[in-house]
Design a protein around this ligand. Structure first.
Ligand SMILES: [Zn+2]
Length: 93
């Protein structure tokens, strides 16, 4: 027969599950961010470009080179590309 010491079962209890509190890191979906884009004026042309990626102040349509209008979309937030060197030995998931 195995006899467990009674105090061991008491220290562990509901407290083992109480650790699950709302952590900000847990986000299954990417957050959509209000992003300024330049969209082609031609309704038949669905091309658009993010303002941060636009090469000029008033970028032409990337597809038909036509005029674009400034609007916005809700897009997943993208990490800005900077020319900083990544940390050495970084471990990505
Ligand atoms: Zn276009």
């Amino acid at each position: 027969m195995h006899i467990r010491p009674s105090d061991e079962t008491q220290t562990q209890g509901e407290q083992g599950n109480a650790v699950q509190e709302s952590k900000e890191a847990v986000q299954p979906k990417p957050e959509l961010k209000h992003t300024v884009v330049w969209r082609c004026k031609d309704s038949a042309c669905k091309a658009w470009v993010r303002e941060e990626f636009a090469e000029s102040e008033y970028p032409p349509c990337p597809l038909c080179k036509g005029p674009t209008i400034r609007t916005f979309k809700f897009l997943p937030d993208m990490p800005k590309k900077k020319t900083r060197k990544p940390k050495a030995g970084g471990s990505k998931k």
